[in-house]
Design a protein around this ligand. Structure first.
Ligand SMILES: Nc1nc2c(ncn2[C@@H]2O[C@H](COP(=O)(O)OP(=O)(O)OP(=O)(O)O)[C@@H](O)[C@H]2O)c(=O)[nH]1
Ligand SMILES: [Mg+2]
Length: 201
């Protein structure tokens, strides 16, 4: 089919959240379709890219996977400054990580970028027997603060692609093609076939 009218956009996206919440695992699942039970804690930050096709638009995500350890906190503004989107990640089995997520939301709100698309991800949804934070709690916090919410699992892939697609759909478009409808289908399967991926972490 003709590609006339296709738009291409780049979007800087930052992953923020407590150490161990699963930021790197979500990025790795999304970009490479991989998961490691023993994912190393990030030092500084890692950079990855992934391109998605949504409607008539191709979105290249430039993903900054930040380090959650407190000693790296002061670096965070370098990564969220100028970002089009932020995913704030907590671990549903860890109440402290939910508290830390709220702190990140507040910090981003203080930056006052009204166009920032913010998502709250309650990760490790596969560990339901160890759950400390109910989905309703994440959902209502997100609603009160203008974020959208999903529970995810980097381990099982649950909602990982969906999270990034939803962000892509919410990004302000220079030329909106259609109101809705993704070009890739079946959100229940793990492989949606992203257009291209690179990683230089
Ligand atoms: N069961 C389960 N384990 C997960 C999931 N996501 C991440 N993990 C595990 O949780 C641990 C921490 O994951 P990371 O992705 O390194 O977390 P992080 O947020 O990047 O941590 P920092 O880089 O230290 O900020 C690793 O052992 C992962 O295997 C998930 O969805 N389910
Ligand atoms: Mg990490």
């Amino acid at each position: 089919m003709a590609t006339t009218g296709a738009n291409h956009m780049q979007a800087k996206l930052v992953l923020l959240g407590d150490m161990g919440a699963g930021k790197s695992s979500l990025a790795l699942r999304f970009v490479k379709g991989q998961f490691f039970d023993y994912q190393e804690s990030t030092i500084g930050a890692a950079f990855l890219t992934q391109t998605l096709a949504v409607n008539e638009t191709t979105v290249k995500f430039e993903i900054w996977d930040t380090a959650g350890q407190e000693r790296y906190h002061s670096l965070a503004p370098m990564y969220y400054r100028g970002a089009a989107a932020a995913i704030i990640v907590y671990d549903i089995t860890n109440s402290d990580s939910f508290g830390r997520a709220k702190k990140w939301v507040q910090e981003l709100q203080r930056q006052g970028n009204p166009n920032l698309v913010m998502a709250l991800a309650g990760n490790k949804a596969d560990l339901s027997s160890k759950r400390k934070i109910e989905a309703e709690e994440g959902q209502s916090y997100a609603e009160e603060n203008g974020l959208f919410f999903m529970e995810t699992s980097a381990k099982t892939s649950q909602n990982v692609n969906e999270l990034f697609y939803e962000i892509a759909r919410k990004l302000p478009k220079a030329q909106p093609a259609q109101a809705s409808g993704m070009s890739l289908t079946d959100g229940s399967t793990s492989r949606l076939g992203p257009a291209k991926s690179t990683c230089c972490a």
